[in-house]
Design a protein around this ligand. Sequence first.
Ligand SMILES: [Fe+2]
Length: 249
Amino acid sequence: MLVDLVEIDIVLRTVGGVLLFRSWHRAGARLREFVGPLVVGVGVEVGHAPGRTRAGRHETFGWHVGGYLGAMSNVTNSKTTVPSMNESTSVKVIAALQDRLVSLIDLQLTLKHVHWNVVGMNFIAIHEMLDPQVDAIRAQTDAVAERIATLGGEPRGTPGAVVEMRTWNDYDLNQAPSVQHLAKLDDVYCGVIADHRGAIAEVGELDPITEELLIGHTGDLELFQWFIRAHLKDAAGDVIHRNSDDHQS
Ligand SMILES: [Fe+2]
């Protein structure tokens, strides 16, 4: 019998005493080769499938009966963290890192925005200064996100997550003279660096590896802020156009 039904996977999950049945049906010649073994002798997988949850607070249990083994599994073990770190500690470190991830994504986007919108005196100097900063901060973003994953968490890096989780207002300058953007960027860096230093103090009690990661990043951020401020200093060495009450934090 020619059967176009090439995959049947039934998952029975117990969720609060309710059994959910799911099935998948796909047709196609490419997978027709599976029909033979499926009909002659259905492969059976019986196993435990932890449910996918953000905080790993609960699990569901499932039994898979599949035409081919494990193909439909989508298992995330959110309790997996590094050796010698308990879950409670990893949750705190992940929360601190997630906050810094949002900040770094926001910063790299803001720097590109300025790269496109700066005009006036020193245009090319500012324009070209910012791209290496964007590249460096993108690398920091990647390292922070991967540290979250290493600790068993799920890094959230979508635009919606950034908007949802950030605690500061959006950068509010579009096309503007270089001195205005530099003064604004000085404030942005003040906020990011202050929050990074706060995170360093927090995770320093919990995880020296994450602490070291953030210390390295903060050193680079402070260097980049110096590049910004160097354009703003007057003959007396003061940073001009500074509004100390307007820092992102
Ligand atoms: Fe560009």
